[in-house]
Design a protein around this ligand. Structure first.
Ligand code: FES
Length: 132
């Protein structure tokens, strides 16, 4: 077990050890305790990066930790977009971090689309509009 877990909290007291659970994250085996979420178990091992922003590649991890922001989404047992902060770990669970997408989400045609309503109304494409 890693040394990042708080075992004796000044307010909450000592952490009672429960059943140890082994799971896989990006091909490597980790352990957590029953009741851990995927995010808390990984954080206990010092792992803060859970994915990257799909287009830019910037690192992402826990943000709200209450299931609202989806910043912690990972792939669990081949299901994409699962919130790691809301998902309890299970024996032999296979977790994969999100990675940079090989193809940008943005359409290659996006730059040719009108950017303003006036452009749209005139039916002009950016490359045809001398004012853009
Ligand atoms: S950290 Fe916000 S949904 Fe998980």
């Amino acid at each position: 077990m890693s040394n990042h877990r708080i075992m004796d909290h000044p307010v909450l007291g000592k952490l009672e050890k429960t059943e140890e659970i082994t799971f896989i994250f990006d091909g490597k085996s980790y352990t957590g305790f029953k009741g851990d979420t995927v995010a808390s178990a990984l954080l206990a091992h010092g792992i803060r990066q859970l994915r990257v922003q799909e287009e830019s590649g910037n690192p992402r991890g826990i943000y709200c930790n209450i299931g609202h922001c989806f910043e912690c989404r990972v792939t669990i047992n081949h299901v994409e977009g699962v919130r790691s902060c809301m998902t309890p770990i299970e024996h032999n669970m296979v977790v994969e971090s999100g990675r940079l997408q090989p193809v940008p989400f943005k359409s290659t045609e996006a730059d040719k689309l009108p950017r303003t309503y006036a452009e749209f109304e005139r039916g002009l494409h950016k490359e045809d509009d001398p004012h853009v």
